[in-house]
Design a protein around this ligand. Structure first.
Ligand code: SF4
Length: 163
């Protein structure tokens, strides 16, 4: 008799403007959870782990970092369109800071950095995720709180009837 295939949660991991510390934490967590996650999670999009990626069929998108350019905004909207749940990872994704520091610069400093804004085609204002799209869950912290992250992964596994 053929063995029934384990259902998997299709996930995506995305990183926008930030220091990517939560991404590093996530890869560290793989050391401890690889055996268990290998069966339960399918990485549809995770540039840190693989070169072939797709937005199609993502159940849960984990998004780290703040949005600083129109191109990033477009990409975030595309992710939201393709995923069923979106999780904001870390303080930069949830409230913009500390990646959004330039929003609070005085006028003189803003003028001084304008050439960089132009050169890298940046938006006037840095945005957090929920200013642009619906966010379903948040993992606070700088970097992310490991326990809350694991709780949300488990919550999603239950929600999607995987485990
Ligand atoms: S929340 Fe903190 S750790 Fe995460 S990307 Fe922003 S600055 Fe880095």
């Amino acid at each position: 008799m053929q063995k029934k295939r384990q259902k998997q949660l299709n996930i995506g991991w995305f990183s926008f403007t930030c220091c990517e510390d939560s991404t590093i934490m996530f890869t560290e967590l793989l050391n401890d959870h690889y055996q268990e996650w290998f069966k339960l999670l399918k990485f549809k999009h995770a540039k840190i782990l693989q070169s072939k990626n797709t937005l199609k069929g993502i159940d849960v998108a984990f998004v780290e970092g703040a949005i600083t350019s129109t191109a990033m905004k477009k990409e975030l909207l595309e992710i939201r369109k393709n995923c069923k749940k979106l999780v904001a990872i870390g303080s930069c994704a949830i409230q913009g800071m500390p990646s959004a520091q330039r929003n609070y610069f005085d006028e003189k400093t803003k003028q001084e950095i304008q050439f960089l804004i132009d050169r890298f085609k940046q938006c006037k204002k840095v945005s957090n995720l929920k200013e642009l799209v619906k966010v379903d869950y948040e993992v606070p912290g700088c970097p992310m709180d490991e326990k809350i992250f694991l709780d949300i992964v488990n919550k999603c596994l239950k929600e999607f009837n995987i485990a």
